[in-house]
Each structure stands twice: as structure tokens, then as C-alpha cells.
Design a protein around this ligand. Structure first.
Ligand code: CP
Length: 321
């Protein structure tokens, strides 16, 4: 694997290789000494043009646990505020010895541009671009589902036949797009539930079902996992649009409240990529329940990002143990 730009680029075999490698990485993280020497002498640059807590910190932890050096770049406070371009920023970091670049950018397609422009000669990993893709989020979500829903299957397993319901602001969600792509590749059956105003044009061509009614979907699908999406109010205002439906209406029709939580099958995983709007798309009761994997998803993100960095930088050298 040279780059990781989109979950849609991954074959089933490639996706399962990443999940299996992440399982090996996760096993090393319960040891007293967590650090592996696999990427010693290499430098990973985290190039973040948009805010992040989980993704940026977990990529940093992942690189360090593989013994790589890490350079963290945030656009805020950098020469980007003086108008420096993506090309010049990337070439500056390459000159400082970047062996891999992890990029988050508000523009959909920025990681692809970086990977294919010839501006730099390093693997590029997409840490979230605009409303397009967030492939490592989808991988950590699939990793979490596989651990809980396929505990006997072991390595080599997909998510065949598992029913996953993804709810909310699909329009602005790179997490939803990436999850639909990856979960379909892994054999899961995905249903998107959203108000018509928060579904992108073209969603009807995606490999999933679409519903506007959460209660009916929960009753009919009896999901193995329900993933609540963050309502991205910041992207709505920047696009000049209002928050439609209203917050109260949204919460009433699409929020995971106490009644919907009770209506879910007892084994159903409660998932959210974070950060959460508690009380809007998810109640505290659901988020903090023992069926919630929200905190575990963050921890699994380190193992998955270790696997991705390892595979793009040293992938043909065998999995470290
Ligand atoms: N899930 C996710 O991408 O979170 P951050 O924005 O905190 O990285």
C-alpha cells in the first residue's frame, strides 16, 4: 500500500490485512513496554489544516509507538496564515525529511492532490478531507465492530451479514461516506437514516439502504451496531445554510434518546466517531452505557493507525511481533 486516501480504494483483502495488522499492534499495546522498533529512523509529519483531537493525537501516538520521529504541523500559527500554499508547505516539510505525511484538510481532494502532484515523494495518509473521506476512522470503526460482533472469527474475517445503521448528518460526514464504502467491502449491510435535507445528492447510488425514519429502521433492521453522526453545525454555517430541521426537531426525530436506546437489540453496539453533541444526536444515557464503544473506538484508533503507518512505510517487511 503506497498511500491511504479513501476507504473506497481498499479491496476486501487490503482492508482485512489492515485490520489483522491492527490486531497484532493492539496485542503489543497491553505489554509493559509498548514501543516497537519498526519505524526507527523514519519521520512522520502530521499536517493538520483543520482542528482535531482524536485523529491528530492518535496518529502521533501511533508513530511514536513504532519509534518514528514525529513533526506536528498545525495551520493555525503557521505561514499558512500568510498565504503559503499547500504545495509550498508540503515541500518545506519534505525538505525537513518527511518519510510519510498524514494530512487533514477542509478541502475534499487535498490528500489526493498531495499524493499525485509530484510535490513530495512520500506516502500520504488521509486523516479527513472536507466532506469526502476519513478512511482511518472507518477502519477503526470496523476494527471495533469486528472485535465485538465476530469474536470467534479471528484474523481474516470481514463483517459479513452484520447490520449497521448510520444516523444523522450524512450530508457533511466524511465518516459516513468512508464507513459505507468500507462496511460494504467487508460484507456488512448498511442503512443510512437521515432527514432528506441532510442526505447528499447521489446517496441513492451508494451501496446501502436509505431511510428517513429511525424508529422504523430500528424495528425492522434490529441492528448489530448503530453509529450516530455528529451534527456538523460549523459546516452548515460556513456553507451559508441554516440548521434545518431545527435542533429540537432533529433530536426528537433522529436523536438516540432513552426510548430508542431501549428499542435496540440488547447486543447492539452504540458508536459515535466523536466529538459528540450530547443531548442533540445522542443522549448521555446511550453514550455512557455499557454498550457504548465510543471511548474504545478512540483507543482502537491508535492500533489501526499504527497498522496503516507500518504498512505504508515498511509493509513488505512482514508484520512485527
Ligand atoms: N473522529 C474524529 O475525526 O475526531 P477528531 O476531529 O477529534 O480527530
Amino acid at each position: 500500500m503506497r498511500h491511504l486516501l479513501s476507504a473506497a480504494d481498499l479491496s476486501r483483502e487490503e482492508a482485512i490485512t489492515i485490520l489483522d495488522t491492527a490486531a497484532t499492534m493492539a496485542a503489543t499495546q497491553s505489554r509493559a513496554i509498548k514501543k516497537l522498533p519498526a519505524l526507527r529512523g523514519l519521520t512522520v509529519v502530521n499536517l493538520f489544516f483543520e482542528d482535531s483531537t482524536r485523529t491528530r493525537i492518535s496518529f502521533e501516538a501511533a508513530a511514536k509507538r513504532l519509534s518514528a520521529d514525529v513533526i506536528n504541523f498545525a495551520a493555525k500559527g503557521s505561514s499558512v496564515s500568510k498565504g503559503e500554499s499547500l504545495k509550498d508547505t508540503a515541500q518545506t516539510l519534505q525538505a525537513m525529511g518527511a518519510d510519510a505525511v498524514v494530512i487533514r484538510h477542509s478541502a475534499s481532494g487535498a490528500p489526493h492532490r498531495l499524493a499525485t502532484s509530484g510535490w513530495i515523494d512520500a506516502p500520504v495518509v488521509n486523516a479527513g478531507d472536507g466532506m469526502h473521506q476519513h478512511p482511518t476512522q472507518a477502519l477503526l470503526d470496523a476494527f471495533t465492530m469486528r472485535r465485538h460482533l465476530m469474536p470467534e472469527a479471528g484474523t481474516g474475517a470481514g463483517l459479513d451479514g452484520k447490520r449497521v445503521v448510520i444516523v444523522g448528518d450524512v450530508l457533511h460526514s466524511r465518516v459516513a461516506r468512508s464507513n459505507v464504502d468500507l462496511l460494504h467491502t467487508l460484507g456488512a449491510e448498511v442503512t443510512l437514516v437521515a432527514p432528506p435535507t441532510l442526505l447528499p445528492i447521489g446517496a441513492s447510488t451508494w451501496p446501502c439502504r436509505i431511510s428517513y425514519d429511525l424508529d422504523t429502521t430500528i424495528a425492522e433492521q434490529a441492528p448489530d451496531a448503530i453509529m450516530m453522526l455528529r451534527v456538523q453545525r460549523e459546516r452548515m454555517s460556513s456553507a451559508g445554510g441554516g440548521f434545518f430541521p431545527s435542533a429540537a426537531e432533529y433530536s426528537r426525530r433522529y436523536g438516540l434518546d432513552a426510548a430508542r436506546f431501549e428499542a435496540l437489540p440488547g447486543h447492539a453496539l452504540i458508536m459515535h466517531p466523536g466529538p459528540m453533541n450530547r443531548g442533540l444526536e445522542i443522549s448521555a444515557r446511550a453514550a455512557d452505557s455499557d454498550r457504548s464503544t465510543i471511548v474504545e473506538q478512540v483507543g482502537n484508533g491508535v492500533a489501526v493507525r499504527m497498522a496503516v503507518l507500518y504498512l505504508v512505510l515498511a509493509g513488505n517487511e512482514g508484520t512485527p511481533s
